[in-house]
Design a protein around this ligand. Structure first.
Ligand code: NAD
Length: 360
């Protein structure tokens, strides 16, 4: 466990502000319970930063992120800034941070809560017990490969991209996959298209090599088209799915949709030096300021930070258990409410989670 964690707190816009308050309140309680000291340093990002400085990611904010152990991020964006040129919009701030911090791995858990099985598009017996993570390579592959472009050849236009992975890029993400699996059910599914793509054949070869250092973890290889199908047919069988940038983009959205609730999904993006934690949803302008946003995705993002950056897995588990309990007791924010359950505000949900953390 770290004794002290320096956290850059970037709440952003819309519900980002409300749910960040919830996460900080929970972290205060964890600080007291586990004797860890957090130094929270707040900075502007997104629309709020544009209003103040004209820049969605002011230099000062970036500097603060680079001086911190982790970045806790809310959400950015809103109607007010929708008509700005693309490079001046709030979302640009987020993209720039990801790039500047060289976050090569994106971790997205998808967990089915017993109390929310009915919000899944899948049948209860298929979704019950699902607890998986998708680990997506984030800085390489076809989204960044060169050459790329649209040009004229033989009198017509042609568009092209390059899917490319260096050995070292595959090695570092594979290593992370096996490390994550060790703290879970010890199974890694590496997803590729090795029957068609050379880049995938290399991916498979390198992942298999890295596995030699992790023989306590099971490794299976799966083609991406089959994985897309198996995720719907038997999602329970997956533990850690590791894959490249484009396949991960698609598979992580599919996995997120299995559980049905945007307000429940946290994420982490990890680099060699930096780590960044955020809910997967946006700033939800339609409900901002009403005190009804679901704070759980943000609180669970903070829980991931406790586990990965602060090396406090027990605290992270405390939070997850408290979330389970709150849901089992029938408390719901508006987005996950259904008849027969108890509707609570953002603050009430936060206080209930805190109460269960303190009781555990
Ligand atoms: P969104 O995720 O903000 O909202 C989609 C729907 O889900 C809305 O109805 C919203 O009320 C609801 N929702 C989302 N999170 C919720 C929560 N925690 N509790 C309750 N309900 C929740 O997506 P959008 O409407 O497409 O985008 C709104 C703004 O957010 C845009 O400006 C967009 O560019 C931005 N955005 C930012 C991020 C980010 O900061 N990472 C991600 C996606 C979208």
């Amino acid at each position: 466990m770290k004794k002290k964690c320096k956290i850059a707190v970037l709440a952003g816009d819309g519900i980002g502000l409300e749910i960040m308050e919830s996460a900080l309140k929970v972290l205060d309680v964890i600080s007291k319970k586990y004797g860890i000291e957090f130094e929270f340093r707040k900075a502007l990002v997104g629309g709020a930063a544009i209003d103040e400085t004209g820049d969605p990611l002011p230099e000062e904010t970036l500097k603060l992120c680079k001086e911190s152990d982790a970045v806790l991020f809310g959400a950015v964006g809103g109607e007010k800034w929708d008509n700005l040129p693309t490079d001046k919009r709030p979302e640009k701030g987020l993209l720039k941070i990801r790039k500047e911090l060289d976050l090569f791995a994106n971790i997205r858990p998808a967990k089915a809560y017993n109390a929310l099985l009915d919000s899944s598009p899948l049948k209860n017996n298929i979704i019950k017990g699902v607890d998986l993570i998708v680990l997506r390579e984030l800085t390489g592959g076809i989204y960044f490969g060169e050459p790329r472009g649209i040009e004229e050849r033989n009198g017509e236009k042609v568009g092209f991209n390059t899917m490319i992975y260096y050995e070292h890029e595959i090695k570092r993400i594979a290593k992370l996959a096996f490390e994550l699996a060790r703290g879970r059910r010890k199974k890694v599914t590496s997803v590729d298209k090795a029957n068609v793509l050379e880049v995938s054949a290399l991916w498979r070869e390198v992942v298999t090599q890295v596995h030699n250092d992790y023989t306590d973890v099971d490794l299976e290889h799966m083609y991406v088209d089959n994985c897309a199908m198996q995720l719907i047919r038997r999602p329970k069988d997956f533990d850690v799915i590791v894959t490249g940038n484009m396949f991960g983009d698609i598979i992580s959205d599919e996995a997120g949709a299995l559980t049905g609730s945007l307000g429940m999904l946290p994420s982490a993006s990890i680099g060699e030096r930096y780590a960044f934690y955020e809910p997967i949803h946006g700033s939800a302008p339609d409900i901002a300021g009403k005190g009804i946003a679901n704070p759980i995705a943000m609180i669970l993002s903070a829980a991931m930070m406790l586990d990965i950056t602060c090396k406090l897995p027990q605290a992270s588990k405390d939070i997850e258990k408290a979330v389970d309990k709150v849901l089992e007791e029938g408390y719901r924010t508006t987005d996950i409410w259904s008849p027969g359950t108890k509707k609570v505000s953002t603050d009430e949900m936060t206080d209930l989670i805190i109460k269960y953390i303190q009781e555990s």
